[in-house]
Design a protein around this ligand. Structure first.
Ligand code: NAP
Length: 492
């Protein structure tokens, strides 16, 4: 039985401003509008503004114009704006969660968790805004003095993906505001509504016009390229696929922009024989099924010690088999739709490839019924080497399990990927834990836990998962430039 009425859904959609937000004004897009779809039905939820190149340039003009005043804005005031926005998001979490479920598909409980996670970045960076410090030192020869100061890098372009429609925005917008940067934000065209609400909430929280400018567009490449090439832009922060990240990095090289690249993942989940078995299964469910598997941090491959691999696969399959598939607004649903038909077809293709090579389907293995882009929660055992889903980012609710004989084999298999975002390790042996963690080629490790995301921690990858960190004290450093002043102390 659905607990959410159509009227409630319409109200939530109706509350979202659908225009571009530029220089503190809401205005129409030069290219008309673009539709936003409900992935659980394939139907259009509403239309939002479709920006032209001129609109995108106007957004950068506004960010550049607002730059000097905002850089000089009292840090406490910047923090207070973020704090008020944090409180408003928490107060409106039910409305925002429903909105997110409608545009992105994930179950309401997961949307609520993302809303709170997203808000927490604003709280964290509200606290960081007043802790931006330089240093003072006596030069080693005792003669001059060395002063360093931290200043905002300047106008930023922030591009975000659809899978975490709000949190991927707040972990860029929060530190940018805290640091005193102005910005142009471009959310994914599939999920612009949560970010439009964020712009509106920040406006109500007192953010001066021009500091944050939001552009929604049906052609991101056409509208963003001129901004990336504009010499007034100072930084590009991108979260999305490795493929697009590479393209943007090439474009940004012409302008020598500061870059943060949060790209794709292919997380290994390693379970040793000495692990707490129940905790490993619990961790596996979280690491795999959070966000319907559409997370850069999603466990992509399960490497399990041979003596426990069969039992682990069966226990995981039993847990996933009872997870209810359906529209994210419905009671009890734990697996929502994938974002679109392309994504669902890619997941099906990867599963079919593994099965053709000899993998065994323990549960799931096919697309869901009816309209919308559903795919069953799936566990595959005995996945052969060479299967595409061991190398490619699955981005869906599919768990391939492979066994290993030795610790060295597990580490080698875990590192056998171009990606390096996160890995998960389950063991009760502290020496083994540290030994393995030190050798894993990832920016983050979940040790005996299936979730690493935390606003107080530095989120980010190595290898082709990108570079730069979001969250923690490292998160604000990405938006600050260091200026060094050499002070002459000569007497005469
Ligand atoms: P995507 O296709 O790379 O798109 C991401 C964003 O870039 C969207 O806003 C997109 O706009 C825009 N974009 C695409 N091509 C562009 C271009 N030529 N110029 C300027 N902007 C462009 O990624 P996605 O499918 O939305 O997201 C899934 C990917 O994100 C996965 O690979 C996932 O692992 C990664 N991800 C990484 C992290 C992390 O922190 N490492 C976090 C979340 C997701 P349009 O919507 O208009 O295409």
């Amino acid at each position: 039985m659905s607990t959410i009425t159509t009227t409630e859904e319409q109200q939530v959609i109706g509350n979202v401003p659908k225009q571009l937000y530029i220089g503190g004004e809401w205005r129409d897009g030069g290219e008309g509008t673009l539709p936003v779809e409900d992935p659980s039905t394939g139907e259009t939820l509403c239309d939002v503004a479709d920006a032209s190149i001129e609109d995108a340039e106007a957004a950068l003009d506004a960010a550049v114009a607002a730059g000097p005043d905002f850089a000089a804005y009292p840090p406490r005031e910047r923090g207070e704006i973020l704090r008020r926005a944090f409180e408003a998001i928490v107060a409106r979490q039910d409305e925002l969660a429903l909105l997110m479920t409608l545009e992105m598909g994930k179950p309401l409980g997961e949307s609520r968790a993302e809303i709170l996670y997203a808000a927490d970045f604003l709280r964290w960076f509200a606290e960081e805004a007043v802790r931006i410090n330089g240093r003072f030192a006596v030069a080693p020869n005792g003669q001059s003095r060395l002063l360093t100061m931290k200043q905002p890098v300047g106008p930023c372009l922030l591009i975000t993906p659809w899978n975490f429609p709000l949190a991927m925005g707040t972990r860029k917008v929060g530190p940018a505001i805290a640091a005193g940067c102005t910005m142009v934000v471009k959310p994914a065209q599939q999920t612009p509504l949560s970010m439009l609400m964020l712009a509106s909430i920040l406006e109500q929280a007192g953010l001066p016009g021009g500091v944050l400018n939001l552009v929604t567009a049906s052609s991101s490449s056409r509208t963003m390229a001129p901004l990336i090439a504009d010499p007034r832009l100072r930084k590009l922060s991108f979260t999305g696929s490795t493929e697009v990240g590479r393209t943007l990095m090439a474009q940004a090289s012409q302008n020598l922009l500061r870059l943060s690249m949060e790209l794709g993942g292919n997380a290994p989940f390693i379970v040793f024989e000495d692990a707490d078995f129940d905790a490993a299964v619990d961790g596996a469910v979280i690491a795999k099924m959070r966000n319907v598997g559409e997370a850069c941090t999603a466990a992509n491959r399960f490497h399990v010690a041979a003596p426990i691999a069969k039992e682990f696969s069966e226990r995981l399959a039993a847990r996933l088999a009872v997870m209810k598939l359906g529209r994210g607004t419905e009671d009890g649903v734990e697996v929502g739709p994938l974002i679109d038909g392309t994504q669902r077809d890619k997941v099906a293709e990867l599963v079919d490839d593994a099965v053709e090579r000899g993998a065994t389907v323990l549960t799931g293995g096919s697309a869901g019924e009816g309209p919308g882009y559903f795919y069953d929660a799936t566990v595959l055992a005995d996945v052969p080497d060479g299967s595409r889903l061991l190398r490619e980012e699955i981005f869906g609710p599919v768990a391939p399990v492979k066994s290993f004989e030795t610790e060295a084999e597990a580490i080698a298999a875990a590192n056998d990927t171009e990606y390096g975002l996160v890995s998960y390790v389950f063991t009760r042996d502290i020496k083994r834990a540290l030994r393995v963690v030190e050798q894993l080629e990832t920016g983050m490790v979940g040790l005996n836990q299936g979730l690493v995301s935390n606003p107080a921690a530095p989120f980010g990858g190595v290898k082709r998962s990108g570079f730069g960190r979001e969250g923690g004290p490292e998160g604000i450093a990405e938006y600050l430039a260091t200026k060094y002043v050499a002070i002459n102390m000569d007497q005469g």
